[in-house]
Design a protein around this ligand. Sequence first.
Ligand code: GTP
Ligand code: MG
Length: 218
Amino acid sequence: MGLTTSSTGTNLLNDDIALLKNKCDYTIAIAGNPNVGKSTIFNSLTGMHQHTGNWPGKTVANAAGITKFKDKNFLLVDIPGTYSLMSNSEEEEIARNYICFGDPDATILVLDATCLERNLNLVYQTMEITPNIIVCINLLDEAKRKGISIDLNRLEKELGVPVVGTIARKKKTLSNLMKRVVPLPVLQTMTFTRPSESNSTSWTAKWKTSMLPWPILP
Ligand SMILES: Nc1nc2c(ncn2[C@@H]2O[C@H](COP(=O)(O)OP(=O)(O)OP(=O)(O)O)[C@@H](O)[C@H]2O)c(=O)[nH]1
Ligand SMILES: [Mg+2]
């Protein structure tokens, strides 16, 4: 199966996502409350056509698509909206299961800039299970229209994870988002030499430093 839009999409089972994952450098979950722009961001980055619209609960199953950024393939997984990891509905359970057990390299948590407080609940809950979070404050244009301004740098320092502001329809802002996704999960290569056979083969091992938290602004 190649990395084409026809081999990705909505009708994927978790097994299919796992297969695609093997063909990508990183897997990034896109999570957040309902109706905050997750699928709009996913579509724009992957060129796919996940259902979007101005009401909550549109995404009911995980969808996966690929985006290339700085020569790396990122498998993006658009998951159903959820207010909390204590799932109530079937969609919330799907979201909870992917965030907790899907083993993504990182999770982009998309927040609605017009109602941050409500959205932060999921951020705090997710931070308890993984440090690999990038907070994406979306709908900045709506916030501006409502006279709300957000100090993104301060929020980043307070939360201790990268915070990026986006307007999902503006590609440039999504490129800024991807820039913050890229730097951390650096594949490190270490070379080990067997001490008892100093001239013998050395071997290399690669692993992801994905258990480290993403770098935040100084
Ligand atoms: N003005 C504005 N509208 C946005 C932005 N991002 C998304 N939208 C709109 O917000 C609505 C919801 O977007 P979706 O991408 O469907 O939201 P979602 O988070 O995937 O929603 P669920 O799947 O139901 O959880 C759509 O009408 C989008 O066009 C943004 O940055 N600014
Ligand atoms: Mg959606």
